[in-house]
Write a protein that binds this ligand. Structure first.
Ligand code: ZNH
Length: 141
């Protein structure tokens, strides 16, 4: 669980990220597919070229879900319950991929807000994204 200081760091940087949902979401996915091309196999039905409509739409969905987790930082499990079922029972995304995407989101945020991305903010954001990933992968059997 996150400390009060970590929650404050996540919430503060989120206020900036929230103004750039689509751009940061799309960039995170671009980084994911460029660095870990095996992740593209989950999106055979998407046009994954840089800046595509689908990439931006999906990036927005992913970051909006993260925004819900920020808003409900004391109940991430409750906030993402439906999404957790979707990933476990329907999408069946291998849990290893959540670490990869989290890393790419982290890089996209760091690249956009370098001076805000202090070691403390980095650590808090990393821990927060791990919590989100745990929730999204906990229903697998
Ligand atoms: Zn996921 C979908 C979120 C991870 C794959 N996703 C999705 C959505 C969301 C999300 C919000 C939408 C839903 C609806 O529509 O309802 N994810 C998310 C998050 C995360 C994730 C937050 C983390 C952090 N995913 C992931 C991964 C992968 C995925 C890692 C792989 C690689 N997803 C996916 C898919 C889908 C989704 C495939 C479906 C798409 C379509 O549209 O088709």
């Amino acid at each position: 669980t996150l400390t009060q200081a970590e929650k404050a760091s996540v919430t503060t940087i989120w206020a900036k990220v929230a103004t750039q949902i689509e751009a940061i979401g799309a960039e995170s996915l671009e980084r994911l597919f460029a660095s870990y091309p095996q992740t593209k196999t989950y999106f055979p039905h998407f046009d994954l070229s840089q800046g595509s409509v689908q990439l931006r739409a999906h990036g927005s969905k992913v970051l909006n879900a993260i925004g819900e987790a920020v808003k409900n930082i004391d109940d991430i499990r409750g906030a993402l319950a439906k999404l957790s079922e979707l990933h476990a029972y329907i999408l069946r995304v291998d849990p290893v991929n959540f670490k990869l995407l989290s890393h790419c989101i982290l890089c996209s945020v760091a690249a956009r807000y370098p001076s805000d991305f202090t070691p403390e903010v980095h650590a808090a954001w990393d821990k927060f994204l791990s919590s989100v990933s745990s929730v999204l992968t906990e229903k697998y059997r």
